[in-house]
Ligand binder design. Structure first.
Ligand SMILES: N[C@@H](CCC(=O)N[C@@H](CS)C(=O)NCC(=O)O)C(=O)O
Length: 217
């Protein structure tokens, strides 16, 4: 059943999960209809597509729904991977393991560091210390090779950098004072890249019935 002319991406500009999905969709040139969501006013269409209604959510032209950011990245890159972001056999396990650690170990620490009051944390230094272990592991990876999976920017870099960015911006002076120069350069290059800039374009919140906003073509 063909319903949408283009895949529909429900996204939120500042969400790191949505950023990683947009990076992969952009690099693979998957033209999508972008629907910018306000998390406090999620559209009924998003809830109908996905009961958990987190962003990003991608509804393909055949109505198949992808509601995990990593699945959206893989979907896009398996269709078209012009810059060879998909990890090759020897790097695959390490890349997926690093992404899993980002999502399940680092992200909870990041949330606690960013919003200590919400988690009733007296000293934000505690989650910061928890998150720093992951950054030091990234530093080790970047000491062995220029990027997380080798000589070029790829899936693991794009999946992880948006989260490291949030961690860094929580207290930029502290982050800059730490002994992880390779992570700092890697992050600065990412933030300055035309690809990152392109996926951070501001769009007004989507309204049902509005003209389509086509992106990533
Ligand atoms: N595992 C999901 C997590 C996505 C997620 O948690 N996104 C946040 C925004 S950054 C969200 O939508 N939260 C729901 C809410 O705030 O209501 C993924 O990888 O896509």
């Amino acid at each position: 059943m063909q319903v949408n002319a283009y895949p529909v991406l429900y996204s939120f500009r500042r969400c790191p999960y949505a950023m990683r999905a947009r990076l992969a969709l952009a690099v693979s040139h998957q033209t999508c209809e972008l629907r910018e969501v306000v998390l406090s006013r999620k559209p009924a269409e998003l809830r109908q597509a996905s009961a958990k209604a987190t962003v990003p959510v991608l509804v393909d032209t055949d109505c198949r729904v992808l509601e995990e950011s990593l699945d959206i990245m893989l979907w896009a890159l398996q269709r078209h991977d012009p810059l060879c972001w998909l990890p090759v056999q020897g790097n695959q396990a390490d890349a997926m393991h690093l992404i899993k650690r980002c999502d399940h170990e680092f992200k909870p620490q990041l949330d606690r560091y960013k919003y200590p009051n919400q988690f009733e944390i007296a000293d934000p230094g505690t989650p910061r210390f928890g998150g720093a272990g992951f950054i030091f592991d990234l530093e080790q990876h970047l000491t062995r090779a220029r990027y997380l999976s080798g000589a070029h920017w790829s899936l693991a870099d794009a999946a992880i950098a948006p989260f490291v960015r949030q961690f860094a911006h929580t207290n930029s002076a502290w982050f800059a004072s730490q002994p992880w120069p390779k992570v700092e350069t890697w992050l600065a290059n990412f933030e300055a890249s035309p690809l990152f800039q392109s996926v951070m374009t501001k769009h007004p919140p989507w309204q049902p019935g509005q003209a389509q906003t086509l992106v990533f073509d």
